[in-house]
Structures are given as structure tokens and as C-alpha cells.
Design a protein around this ligand. Structure first.
Ligand SMILES: [Zn+2]
Length: 602
């Protein structure tokens, strides 16, 4: 029969035995009992929330077309359809939704997903391009555009082709490419461009935009990232050729790349940065890789180490250079992953900081705070809906259902240390960011653990289920600040764990099945050696406390860190502070099922 003794009694007994020299590790027993650990949410749980937004923040009666803009500070809040809801927004949604269904094991044949796919296919015209219908809130006649509308459709159909191998998606992608190729205007010595901004059967092409903050050539090049993904997957030469012409045109128009990230829309420019890296990797082209890396470093200096990146650069209008766009963060995350895998593993440090901090905190997980926002009078608002003055019009929803539909979405114009700084744009959401954040969750999850030639690499210290290993990342916060990576081995492999920033192999303690193990430093990684099914590997290391002072467009901000995790930030901005204690969990979260296959998102 077991005797139950109190903790105090146990310590007294242990102390007596210790004094008698019978046992030694009293301190360890006490420490283990008093050790307090916290956990960040799992990417899997956040993906499930993101799916909720992607399938509810949309007009189900129109095939789940997403509401592109939400004025969260309106009384009551309002969300409405806009031109970017169609090929662009819905394409981005479907790309992210398919990836997250794969990640969470939900399957692609959910009712909402099927309708969304049918709706996106239904927008394709006889010319192969994605079109916008005639609606009171759009143009009075159906129209198409060669740029963002097509990029969203290309992104979705490429991902669907990748996940399902269905030839129809290949057909849709290649028809869009052929139609764009036929319309591209090529003149000797000039960057290749499209004939105009919009096209209707009634009036032909409208003139291209001359807005200096959003140069037309950048818009034209928005399709390059999905084109290069498709080329990597299917080897379709016209995709590579078109992407190359458009990328080169944009680079030429921006002084050989020198003028990028000086002015205007960050996301337009960061997409070119990714295309240069993709092309450099595909063709092993040193010049592309060098320019892509240089642009990444320049863009990185505009944001914070925690992953806040601006929507606009040096644009004084409407406070927008002081606000983030989640699309910018996703591009920076994807660029850093490409650089880490193909250029220098030190870029994993950037990825780790972006993922643990702004990617998680700029996801909308609660909504009560919208009531604290200062409303902007409609007549002064820049995000207007064509039906704002009419009470009975479709395409918009006003009321209590609006904010809950954003749960799982991401900041459209986020502040640095809060969700919003209470300025007009910061009190709004744009749907591109809801989908971009969802894609970034997949990117981070996908590349957290990678496998090549029998070697499993744990690149990010985040929770991840993988066919070969199951990883849980714990943060012991007292008495010492320690990172503890717990790995359950499921398949025989050689195991590597990336060394956290500022640490060397000497500071890492490795235990296999409870016994200390020798692990050697191998470049940016700790080589644990061969592991077998059933092995339990525990890697423990100090999470160093540090403080950074970061000077960015909206001001100077102080971040306090525990390893790669921001624990607090100041000054605190106005609505829904981000870096609060409640972002940590007291128990390990659900890390989801083992994926049936590993699919790359880049
Ligand atoms: Zn966006």
C-alpha cells in the first residue's frame, strides 16, 4: 500500500536523507516542483481559427466571395465587397484555405470550400482570365484586370493543382498565362507592360494608373510569384518566361532595384523581392539571389525584429506609413525562409522572431475592443462602399455579426504594440491580410521541420507534428528562463536542431531518453545524431533576456525579449495591446495530426 505524504513532509524527509549523505538531488526535486513553464499557441490551433475567418468573413450567397473591407469602428461595424474581393481576394482565400485544410487534416471537400472553388472557376472568362461581374458596387459592366485579379486566381489554382494533381487546375493556370502572354506589350528597350488598367468588352482598355505611390509596372508584376511557383511545380516554360519579363520590367523601372522600398506600397515591392529569390533559386542565378537578399535587408530595416512591417513607405497620407500590413509580414517571412534554406541559415533567426511575435499577435483572436475605437464620419472616410447611402443594398453587412467573422483574421493596418492606434485605417481590416496571415501560418508550420536525405532538421522552435518527429516547444520562465524542446521520435532518422540566436552548441544540453547525450555543432545546427522510433529527445538552453530599442516610421519602441519571444513592448498604443501575459498558455496546446504528405508553399 502506498503512503501519501505532504510536500513539506517530503522535503523534510529528503533534507534529512540529504544531511545523512543518502541522497543528493534535493535542489533538483524542489526546482522541478516549482518550475513554471509557458507555451505559445500552436500554429495548428491558429490555423483552425484562420479557417473560421476564411469561411465566414464572406458573402455565402455569392459563392463565399470575401468582404474585402471592414470598417471596424463604424457604429455598428460594416463589411463590404469591393473589386479586390473577386479573383484577388477569393484566390488568396482559396490558396490559404487549401493549405490550412491540408495542415489541419480537414480535407478539401468541405461545403464552403467546394462552393468557393466553383465560384472562382465561374469568374473565368472565355479568354481564360479572371473577371469581375457587373454589380452595383463595382463597374456597371463586367471587367478584367491583368494584375492582382490574376495573381489571386493563379495562386489558388496552382495550390489546388499541387494538392490534388487534378489536370483542370493546370488547365486554368495555363489559360491565364496564355491570355496574359498574348496581351503583354513588348517594345524594344522598354519594360514589358500590359495595355491598360482595366478591360471591358464595351470600352476596351482604360489608361494605366499614373499614381506615383503605386506604379503600374509593379501592379503588372504582381503575378510573378505564383507564376514562378507554378514553373517550379510543373516546369511550364511560358510561366517562367512571362514572370521573367515582368520581373525584369519592374526592376528596370526601379533603377535596377535601387529604388525599391523608398516610396509607396511595400507589399507590391516585396513580392518582386520574392520573385527574384525564387528565380535565383530555380536557375541558380547569383545576380538574382544577391539582389533579392539586398532588397530583403533594406526592407527589413523598415520594420522591427519582431515582424512589424509597414503598409506604405514614406507616404505621409492618412498615417499609412505608420501602420503594418500582414501581407508585408508574410512576404518578409517567405523571403527569410527562402534565404535561410538557400543562402544562409542565420535567416532562420528572423523567421523565428516573426513567427513567435507579430504573426501570432496580429491574428485577431477576440473582438470586444472594437467598441473602444473612435468612429470616423462616413463623409470623411476613404474606404467607401457604393451602397453606403442606401439602406437596402446587397454586398454589405452591418451589425453584430461583422466582428465575430473576423476572428482568425489578421491586422489589415496594425499598430506596433497594439492591434490599432485608433487612426481611421488602423480601425479597418482588409481581407488580403486575413488570407496572407493564414498563408504565413502554413509557411511557418511547413518549414519548421524539413527533411532531406534521411536528415530531419528542426528549423524553428515551435510546436509541430511531422511524420518523423513530434515537437513541443516549452518556455520555462522560473526559476531560470530556459527553452525546452521536447521531441518524440517516430521514425529512424538523423536529427538536427537549429541553434537559437546568440547561442553556441556549448550552451545546449541534450538528453536522449533521460540520459545526457553528446551533440556536436554543425554550422547553424546542433547535430544530435541518429535517433530511433520511441526515443525522447530533450534539448534545453538558456533563453537570454535582452532589450531592443527600435526606431521605425511610427516612432521609437522598446521590446523586452526572452530568447526569441517578446514578453513586453512599450509605449503601449491605444486599442488592444499585443504583448501581454495572456498570450501565453500554461499547458501544451494541441499540435494537430501528422500530415499525409509534406507540401511546400514556396
Ligand atoms: Zn494585405
Amino acid at each position: 500500500m502506498h503512503t501519501i505524504i505532504s510536500r513539506r513532509e517530503m522535503l523534510r524527509v529528503s533534507a534529512g536523507l540529504l544531511a545523512a549523505g543518502v541522497v543528493a538531488p534535493l535542489k533538483t526535486v524542489a526546482e522541478a516542483e516549482t518550475r513554471k513553464s509557458v507555451y505559445l499557441p500552436s500554429l495548428h490551433d491558429r490555423a483552425r481559427l484562420a479557417i473560421q475567418c476564411l469561411t465566414t468573413h464572406c458573402d455565402a450567397s455569392r459563392g463565399y466571395v470575401p468582404y474585402f473591407y471592414t470598417r471596424m469602428s463604424d457604429r455598428p461595424p460594416a463589411m463590404f465587397l469591393a473589386i479586390w474581393s473577386y479573383g484577388d481576394g477569393m484566390g488568396r482565400s482559396l490558396d490559404a484555405l487549401a493549405l490550412l485544410r491540408h495542415m489541419t487534416g480537414g480535407g478539401l471537400d468541405q461545403p464552403a470550400d467546394r462552393v468557393m472553388r466553383a465560384a472562382l472557376i465561374g469568374l473565368l472568362g472565355e479568354d481564360g482570365l479572371s473577371w469581375c461581374p457587373a454589380e452595383p458596387w463595382l463597374m456597371p459592366t463586367p471587367h478584367t484586370r491583368p494584375s492582382w485579379l490574376q495573381q489571386g486566381a493563379l495562386l489558388a489554382f496552382t495550390t489546388l493543382f499541387q494538392l490534388t494533381s487534378e489536370p483542370k487546375y493546370q488547365h486554368y493556370v495555363e489559360r491565364i498565362i496564355q491570355a496574359l502572354d498574348e496581351r503583354l506589350v513588348r517594345k524594344p528597350g522598354l519594360p514589358a507592360t500590359f495595355p491598360g488598367d482595366t478591360y471591358t468588352h464595351l470600352d476596351g482598355w482604360s489608361p494605366a494608373s499614373t499614381e506615383p505611390n503605386e506604379p503600374f509596372l509593379l501592379y503588372c508584376a504582381s503575378v510573378t510569384m505564383p507564376l514562378l511557383r507554378y514553373y517550379r511545380l510543373a516546369g511550364y516554360e511560358p510561366a517562367f518566361r512571362l514572370a521573367s519579363e515582368l520581373t525584369d520590367g519592374a526592376v528596370q523601372a526601379f533603377g535596377g532595384g535601387e529604388k525599391f522600398f523608398e516610396l509607396g506600397h511595400f507589399h507590391c515591392e516585396s513580392r518582386i523581392m520574392i520573385s527574384l529569390l525564387q528565380r535565383g533559386i530555380i536557375k541558380n542565378n547569383a545576380a538574382d539571389l544577391e539582389l533579392g537578399e539586398r532588397l530583403y535587408k533594406k526592407a527589413r530595416a523598415l520594420g522591427t525584429q519582431s515582424g512589424w512591417f509597414p503598409e506604405q513607405v514614406n507616404n505621409p497620407a492618412h498615417n499609412r506609413s505608420n501602420l503594418a500590413e500582414t501581407c508585408s509580414l508574410t512576404d518578409m517571412l517567405e523571403a527569410a525562409i527562402l534565404l535561410a534554406r538557400h543562402r544562409n541559415a542565420a535567416y532562420w533567426h528572423d523567421v523565428e522572431r516573426y513567427v513567435r511575435n507579430h504573426l501570432l499577435v496580429h491574428q485577431i483572436i477576440d473582438v470586444g475592443w472594437a467598441k473602444e475605437m473612435t468612429p470616423t464620419p462616413l463623409e470623411k472616410h476613404l474606404l467607401r462602399f457604393n451602397g453606403d447611402d442606401r439602406t437596402c443594398i446587397e454586398g454589405a453587412v452591418r451589425g453584430d455579426s461583422v466582428m465575430p467573422s473576423l476572428i482568425g483574421g489578421f491586422a489589415g493596418w496594425g499598430a506596433v504594440t497594439s492591434m490599432s492606434d485608433d487612426s481611421t485605417f488602423s480601425n479597418c481590416n482588409q481581407h488580403c491580410c486575413n488570407a496572407a496571415g493564414a498563408r504565413a501560418l502554413y509557411d511557418a508550420w511547413c518549414y519548421a521541420v524539413t527533411e532531406e536525405a534521411g536528415i530531419v532538421s528542426i528549423n524553428l522552435h515551435v510546436h509541430r507534428n511531422h511524420a518523423a518527429v513530434e515537437v513541443v516547444a516549452e518556455e520555462a520562465v522560473s526559476p531560470d528562463q530556459l527553452g525546452v524542446l521536447r521531441v518524440k521520435v517516430k521514425q529512424e532518422r538523423r536529427l538536427r536542431v537549429r541553434l537559437p540566436e546568440f547561442l553556441s552548441a556549448k550552451e545546449m544540453q541534450v538528453k536522449v531518453n533521460g540520459s545526457s547525450a553528446q551533440a556536436r555543432e554543425s554550422g547553424a545546427f546542433l547535430d544530435v545524431g541518429s535517433v530511433r522510433p520511441g526515443d525522447r529527445v530533450e534539448v534545453t538552453y538558456p533563453m537570454k533576456a535582452r532589450t531592443t530599442e527600435e526606431r521605425i516610421a511610427p516612432g521609437v519602441f522598446t521590446f523586452r525579449w526572452r530568447g526569441a519571444t517578446v514578453v513586453s513592448a512599450s509605449p503601449t498604443q491605444k486599442i488592444r495591446p499585443l504583448f501581454t501575459e495572456d498570450r501565453f498558455l500554461s499547458a501544451p496546446p494541441d499540435i494537430g495530426p501528422i500530415p499525409s504528405r509534406e507540401f511546400e508553399s514556396l
